[in-house]
Write a protein that binds this ligand. Structure first.
Ligand SMILES: C[S@@+](CC[C@H](N)C(=O)[O-])C[C@H]1O[C@@H](n2cnc3c(N)ncnc32)[C@H](O)[C@@H]1O
Length: 225
């Protein structure tokens, strides 16, 4: 599959499934996973409720970012799916988080620029990397959005764990099934990041629709000089 069709398939897929994702099997599983990941995320970066400006790259429906609201000064969700961005912003309203003006999402493709030179203390991204045409290109771009001393946190599946074939629909939106420590550290190094870390962080073991999901997610981190 070409990178362009991977990209287009992702936008079409996530636009289609965005609405009420929190009530669908994959959405529910990913919320459970995030609850397990959250303590690891909070440990891997110095979140400060008064100062931390945070980006959630590939933010999806806003659930992940919403649980970080008490730990950050501001959170900006970024996604290429306008369906997801609409769902994020409507959930933030629905969950009573919009009034403080701390959290919102925008539809931006960072490979095309955008965000008016804004820089972040912490950028995190959950279950997006296996969908990307180029993790090297994206990591370099995300690193460029960090303030000096800022931290990038990437969460994805440890590679090589799938025991079952995905449906054609899911296959179309995945570039790989995950990454290992060596790949993540090499990607971070090529993006100029330092103080690198990697840990298996959360496991999920249950039926998701008709797919038996039995996988471990890692958390990888790196800092900008
Ligand atoms: C599996 S969902 C994860 C959503 C959210 N991070 C979570 O953990 O619930 C993947 C997300 O990545 C986004 N995405 C896919 N390709 C992308 C790209 N090239 N750039 C930015 N976001 C992308 C999708 O629109 C979708 O919201």
């Amino acid at each position: 599959m070409s990178d362009a069709s991977l990209y287009d398939s992702n936008i079409a897929h996530w636009d289609h499934f965005a609405k009420d994702l929190d009530k669908q099997p994959w959405g529910i599983a990913s919320m459970k996973l995030w609850r397990k990941l959250l303590p690891h995320v909070l440990k891997a970066a110095p979140f400060d409720k008064d100062t931390s400006e945070v980006m959630d790259f590939g933010c999806g429906n806003g659930f992940n970012a919403s649980l970080l609201v008490p730990h950050a000064k501001s959170i900006l969700g970024v996604d290429v799916s306008s369906g997801m961005v609409d769902e994020f912003n409507s959930n933030i309203q629905k969950w009573g988080l919009a009034d403080e003006g701390k959290i919102s999402a925008v539809r931006v493709d960072l490979t095309e620029g955008g965000l008016d030179n804004k820089k972040f203390d912490i950028i995190f991204s959950t279950m997006v990397y296996h969908h990307l045409p180029s993790v090297d290109e994206t990591t370099k771009i995300l690193a460029s959005f960090l303030k000096p001393g800022g931290r990038l946190l990437i969460i994805d599946w440890i590679k090589g764990q799938d025991k079952q074939q995905y449906s054609e629909q899911i296959d179309r939106i995945m570039k790989v099934d995950g990454f290992d420590e060596e790949e993540m550290k090499a990607t971070f190094e090529r993006a100029g990041l330092e103080s690198l870390g990697f840990e298996p962080a959360a496991k999920i073991n249950e039926m998701v629709g008709d797919y038996y999901l039995d996988k471990t997610a890692y958390l990888a981190w790196g800092g900008r000089k």
